[in-house]
Design a protein around this ligand. Structure first.
Ligand SMILES: Nc1nc2c(c(=O)[nH]1)N[C@@H](CNc1ccc(C(=O)N[C@@H](CCC(=O)N[C@@H](CCC(=O)N[C@@H](CCC(=O)O)C(=O)O)C(=O)O)C(=O)O)cc1)CN2
Ligand SMILES: [Zn+2]
Length: 768
């Protein structure tokens, strides 16, 4: 029998149960034991879904209360002293590292959070010391969760992050000078111990995730695989069998590494992204190694094309034999929503095209059965799947001739502003009077419980559109007044009407459908509900003009309009897989171009078009694919923003700090002002702006908005001082890292007070 495997299951639960429990614990509403019990209940539920589907290899330790990397930091004792010194309960120490802690005299910021490859999930970066002492937790979580499943009669496959990936994605803690990968010899014995404990508990196989193999890793990281797996792959009867898992790309450029790890039992590869790697991977497998074929997409919601997957798997079987092939999801299903069953409002036509986590686990089993027992054994499943494929391919929903005609008419000139930056900024400065070191925020203000309740009532029809509109107007008035009181310079309307910066636009564009429960974890307890692109995209009516125009009417200060850029709309949606992403991006760009023009007509002189996902879309490896992406992605942004006169100030925002290898793309956007996340990174990174004589204005974030912690004025001044080493004073804006929607109002006021005071201090200093 060909085996089936799932690499990981979403943790949040059907109704985001984990989010609710975690936030209740943080808010002091439930106890630690309540939270632990809820985690246990969810794990059991998720194992049982997979068991009922007939999955052979069901993952454990894929659960985490905040993040799986943070789990591993705690598992190995990678806990900087600023956290450990307080002797908090381990669960609180864990959350302190994830989100900061400011309570009972303890005041410690969070660790840095970074994007997980090219997804919208974030990991907490391990921070190691020069003299790092690793120590395996006394009750290792992977062992505890394996035993927990076993007690339910389910023998799972524990999932752990591999030692090379863990260290390759770690960083030296601030002030420390160490290359984490050099610590491998010290870390390896902990893995040996962990594997032995798993074996003793009864684990037969484990999944060791080494996804860095899809990246262009340094020679040193590459060379770390052999010594690591010479140890872990040769423990014989003392350890479970290892499946080394890679995903989100191909590993052909690291094929030598594959040859170096022929002592592990199985290799998992992502055949959804890179089916073409199959031959090279098969050729590099050792004579007894199994191929785990990732054919069910862990990153999207489209139904699997079963007959295509079966063909691909048959090719592998013909070369390796059925015993040496396993059918699997391409990656963990963490990036997909829990179940399609919760979607009661979807049009049945499109509903039939989708598959979420609970449905994907069944697809894996059907494919395994089809190649073991023959297609007749799953005839009904194959037939309905073929019908769904056909329905989607021939649906009239996917094709809009008007959109296609407009795309065909786009010219090169449509992508460019009328004049260069110097000319524009001179005009803008005359129009929009601003002090030195202007202060602003990134757009959203706290999304309070009250806002969510009113929106929910409106969605359910319990209040009228008019009542909801009035409520939103009151919210806008409130945040405008708040910003005037704080004496900020460029104001925002606060985005109270938006459930999310992408979903909101998806709901207002033709070509999209959206869901009621299809939540996906983004970081910690935070989830997003990506809208789904099913057809050609167009804008039936203005999307943001009413709220922005209202905000303009409330104040004499400049008011920023706020839009989400084409690439971010695309990447944080579930995109179509039947049309190239560049085509979808251009359709979004044209819709947004009309919106930018309409905002300017309504008297909005500063317009911010957020592109936080621009960097994330960059192909993971250097090469021609990267350059091609940058070209179409930059063009989409320019097409969206270049339709207005020179006096309109275009801002953009990026909340990531890895812009070294991406600088030319950011510069090519030709924005007037850009804000970037920076507060948790080394200010030295800003040097690239100096080196490349970047003239446009720039606001590197001065504090971390993910944390409830309130920075002092002094801290922010220090940050500004560092920034001024790399940026010209007349170029520098003062703003937070990102929007404030996840904070409370009290935190926001405290944080912005420090920010404004620090900016005023420098304004005065430079006026002398
Ligand atoms: N799409 C996206 N990706 C992103 C970001 C982003 O802002 N958007 N930011 C970066 C960091 N990620 C973040 C992701 C999510 C949130 C966030 O706050 N999410 C909210 C959900 C936002 C939302 O869509 N809310 C809806 C639904 C609210 C809700 O909970 N509704 C209840 C019913 C109402 C009730 O009784 O409370 C339900 O559906 O069960 C709304 O406001 O209308 C959350 O997890 O709490 C913040 C940052 C990177 N990626
Ligand atoms: Zn942001």
């Amino acid at each position: 029998m060909v085996q089936s495997a799932v690499l990981g299951f979403p943790r949040m639960g059907r109704l985001r149960d984990l989010k609710k429990a975690t936030e209740a614990y943080w808010g002091g509403k439930i106890s630690r034991d309540d939270l632990l019990a809820e985690g246990k209940r969810l794990r059991a539920e998720h194992w049982k879904i997979q068991q009922a589907a007939g999955v052979d290899s069901i993952p454990s330790n894929d659960f985490a209360f905040y993040d799986q990397f943070l789990d591993h930091s705690q598992l190995f004792g990678v806990i900087p002293q600023r956290y450990s010194q307080h002797k908090l309960d381990p669960l609180d120490e864990y959350f302190a590292m994830g989100r900061g802690h400011q309570k009972d005299g303890v005041d410690v910021p969070a660790l840095e959070m970074v994007k997980w490859f090219d997804s919208n999930y974030h990991i907490v970066k391990p921070a190691v010391q020069e003299n790092q002492q690793f120590k395996l937790n006394a009750n290792p979580k992977p062992v505890a969760e394996f035993k927990e499943a076993l007690a339910l009669g389910i023998k799972t496959t524990p999932v752990v992050v591999g030692p090379v990936t863990f260290l390759a994605l770690a960083k030296a803690d601030r002030g420390q000078n160490v290359d984490p990968i050099d610590l491998l010899p010290a870390l390896l014995p902990l893995y040996v111990d962990l594997l032995a404990q798993l074996k003793a508990a009864g684990a037969e196989t484990i999944q060791v995730d080494e996804p860095v193999l899809v990246l262009d890793v340094s020679q040193k990281v590459k060379a770390a695989f052999k010594p690591a797996y010479d140890v872990l792959g040769n423990l014989g009867a003392k350890a479970p069998k290892i499946t080394l898992a890679t995903y989100f790309g191909d590993i052909v450029h690291n094929i030598q590494v594959l040859k170096d790890v022929q002592n592990v039992d199985a290799i998992h590869v992502d055949l959804v992204r890179n089916p073409e790697q199959l031959d090279a991977v098969i050729a590099a497998l050792g004579p007894n190694q199994t191929l785990s074929a990732g054919v069910v997409d862990g990153r999207n919601i489209w139904k699997n094309n079963l007959s295509a997957s079966i063909e691909l798997v048959k090719t592998a079987i013909s070369k390796l034999s059925a015993e040496r092939v396993r059918i699997a999801t391409s990656s963990s299903l963490l990036h997909t929503p829990h179940t399609l069953e919760s979607e009661k409002k979807l049009d049945p036509e499109v509903r039939d095209w989708f598959s979420f986590a609970s449905e994907k686990v069944k697809e894996v089993v059907v494919i395994a059965k089809a190649v073991t027992e023959g297609p007749a054994s799953v005839a009904a499943e194959l037939e309905s799947n073929a019908a769904a494929m056909k329905s989607r391919a021939t649906s009239t929903r996917t094709n809009n001739p008007g959109v296609k005609a407009r795309q065909a008419a786009v010219t090169e000139a449509d992508h460019n502003r009328k004049s260069d930056f110097a000319t524009r900024i001179a005009l803008q400065t005359k129009d929009i009077k601003l002090p030195l070191f202007p202060t602003t925020t990134i757009g959203s203000f706290p999304q309070t419980q009250e806002i969510r309740i009113q929106r929910n009532k409106f969605t359910k029809g319990e209040i009228t559109a008019q009542e909801y509109e009035k409520f939103i107007e009151k919210e806008i008035e409130h945040v405008v007044k708040l910003q005037e009181d704080l004496d900020l310079d460029v104001l925002v309307h606060g985005e109270p009407e938006r459930n999310d910066m992408v979903q909101y636009f998806g709901e207002r564009l033709d070509g999209y459908v959206f869901t009621t429960h299809a939540w996906v974890q983004s970081y910690g307890s935070r989830c997003v509900r990506p809208p789904i692109v099913v057809g050609d995209i167009s804008r039936p009516a203005p999307m943001t003009v009413k709220e922005s125009a209202y905000a303009v009417s409330l104040t004499k200060k400049p008011m920023k309009g706020m839009l989400t850029g084409p690439i971010t709309c695309l990447r944080w949606s579930f995109p179509r897989d039947d049309v190239h992403q560049s085509v979808q991006a251009q359709q979004l760009a044209l819709a947004l171009r009309d919106e930018v023009i309409d905002l300017a007509k309504a008297g909005v002189k500063v317009i911010q078009v957020d592109e936080p996902a621009l960097r994330e879309g960059l192909p993971l490896r250097t090469g021609p694919a990267r350059e091609a992406y940058i070209k179409w992605a930059v063009n989409a942004f320019k097409l969206a923003t270049a339709g207005v006169e020179d006096n309109i100030q275009i801002h953009s925002h990026f909340c990531y700090s890895e812009f070294q290898d991406f600088f030319h793309a950011i510069a090519a956007l030709d924005t007037d002002v850009l804000s970037i996340e920076n507060s948790k990174s080394d200010a030295k990174l800003l040097k690239v702006f100096l080196d490349q004589s970047f003239d446009a204005h720039i606001g590197p974030g001065v504090y971390d908005i993910h944390s409830p912690r309130i920075p002092t004025e002094e801290e922010i001044k220090e940050r500004i001082e560092q920034m001024l080493q790399f940026l010209k004073p007349e170029q520098l804006w003062i703003n937070p890292d990102c929007g404030l929607k996840t904070r409370t109002e009290a935190q926001t006021i405290g944080q912005l007070k420090s920010l404004v005071a620090a900016a005023k201090f420098y304004r005065q200093k430079y006026a002398q």
